[in-house]
Design a protein around this ligand. Structure first.
Ligand code: GDP
Ligand code: IMO
Ligand code: MG
Length: 427
């Protein structure tokens, strides 16, 4: 049985976690394929709220095996804390239901310091990273000098590798007054390694074995298409491949198993951090979409608490995401948040230097100059939070969903109308 890939269709925080949780009900394995604790995936079950940063959102389901794939970069201290937090919430997390790839890379304290230094030095051009050391960890991976999770199996060798890596990093960090405490870091990471050892596995072989036995696998994306290191607005991106292609290399599986690519898109646009965002609204629309912060689903980062930049849905970007991922279907989240607007805008094209663009320019400079061209659609005033089937949605909300699907050329198969598991309309 094949693989369903779930990826973010915008700039992250689309609501991937809640859809992974939904699809995990019918899966045997849920596997995260990219990123690290820069991600924050929220799942609301009744009045309980679960926030996953590293552990796949499928962990909440009994009988599901959660995998952290080789494409990830892992801060072992964050991971141990997350395991403990989930256990305190009553979630079963053991080496029987959580497997960590031996090939995933380690985020060290030096990576975190470097992330901070680079961001500070970039001033107004800072990427606005989550300061979790993501970029420097992938840099070392590709530069072939990273430390891998599998090294934790031999504690002495691991301590040696980590010490070497930190001492090397300190040569430049100390020039900037940011040297890390090597021995304290080695001690803390060794303690974490002892805890994590039983979870470490050759997850690619495990996954392929389960697939050959007929298991249904959900590949859980983090971040979003427009943050992809190749396909996003480089350099205002993350350092991994959160698109559908990244699922294959990030897990070590072949394309023949993939039968579904589900894009998750928010019904409007949000972005946290720097970089171009053509439909960003600095006025009342942006404020209303963001919310006041009173509700946990208001637009403030799950990982960093930063207010997200908000604006109308950008169909130019969404069509592009559909193309580079090959979406077989889309799910639209937070439709409930659009209730109460007299009209709802959708950006259908950009005007750049007097020309109309229906696809995003590859150049950031051009993208920064893009003026969104909007279609204004009729809004609706009804509260959608109780809607559970198509007929429960007001006509204007249905028309909005149809419009988006048609504009992207991809069917919208699910719409969510609130954060809770059951607040869902299957179309
Ligand atoms: P992810 O990173 O893609 O998993 O998304 P996040 O969890 O970072 O952000 C999505 C936020 O929106 C979370 O607080 C979710 O609980 C919430 N959410 C998801 N779907 C809906 C929805 O349909 N309506 C509302 N109001 N909130 C939602
Ligand atoms: P989830 O999985 C939203 C953004 C950061 C920054 C850029 C680079 O919850 O959707 P990084 O720390 O990765 O080097 O930062 O990417 N970013 C996210 N934005 N959701 C995320 O994850 C993100 N992960 C990274 O804000 O702009
Ligand atoms: Mg998130």
């Amino acid at each position: 049985m094949p693989i369903s890939i779930i990826v973010g269709a915008q700039w992250g925080d689309e609501g991937k976690g809640r859809f992974v949780d939904l699809l995990a009900r019918e899966a045997e394995v849920v596997a995260r394929f990219s990123g690290g604790d820069n991600a924050g995936h929220t799942v609301a079950v009744g009045d309980k709220l679960y926030k996953m940063h590293l552990i796949p959102s499928g962990i909440l389901h009994e009988g599901v095996v959660a995998i952290m794939g080789n494409g990830m970069v892992i801060n072992p201290l964050s991971l141990v804390a997350e395991i403990d937090r989930l256990r305190e919430q009553g979630v079963n997390v053991t080496p029987d239901n959580l497997l960590i790839s031996a090939r995933a890379h380690l985020i060290t304290p030096a990576h975190i310091e470097l992330d901070k230094i680079r961001e500070r030095a970039s001033g107004a051009e800072a990427i606005g990273t989550t300061l979790r050391g993501i970029g420097p960890a992938y840099h070392d991976k590709v530069g072939r000098c990273g430390v891998r999770i599998g090294e934790m199996i031999q504690l002495e060798d691991f301590a040696y590798s980590l010490r070497q890596s930190l001492q090397h990093a300190n040569q430049s960090l100390s020039l900037q007054g940011a040297a890390v405490d090597v021995e304290a870091s080695v001690a803390a990471y060794t303690r974490a390694a002892e805890r994590l050892q039983p979870f470490i596995y050759d997850t690619a072989l495990y996954l392929n074995q389960r697939l050959s036995q007929g298991a249904r696998v959900i590949a859980e994306g983090a971040q979003g298409t427009l943050l992809d290191v190749d396909h996003g607005s480089y350099p205002y991106v993350t350092s991994s491949s959160p698109t559908a292609g990244g699922a294959l290399t990030g897990l070590g599986v072949g394309p023949r198993y993939v039968d579904r690519v589900l894009g998750i898109a928010k019904a409007f646009s949000t972005r946290v951090g720097g970089g171009p965002m053509p439909t960003e609204d600095h006025g009342v629309v942006g404020q209303r979409l963001r919310g006041t912060g009173e509700n946990f689903w208001d637009e403030y980062g799950t990982t960093t608490g930063r207010p997200r930049r908000c604006g109308w849905l950008d169909l130019v970007m969404l069509r592009y995401a559909a193309v580079v991922n090959g979406f077989s279907e889309l799910a639209l989240t937070k439709l409930d948040v659009l209730s109460g607007f007299e009209q709802v805008g959708v950006c259908v094209a950009y005007e750049i230097d007097g020309e109309r663009w229906e696809t995003p320019p590859t150049s950031n400079a051009q993208l920064e100059r893009a003026n969104p061209i909007y279609d204004m659609l009729p809004g609706w005033s009804e509260d959608l939070s109780q809607a559970r089937c198509l007929q429960d949605l007001p006509r204007a909300a249905r028309a909005y969903v149809d419009y988006v699907a048609q504009a992207c050329g991809v069917p919208i198969t699910m719409v969510s109308v609130g954060p809770e598991r059951s607040q869902l309309v299957v179309l």
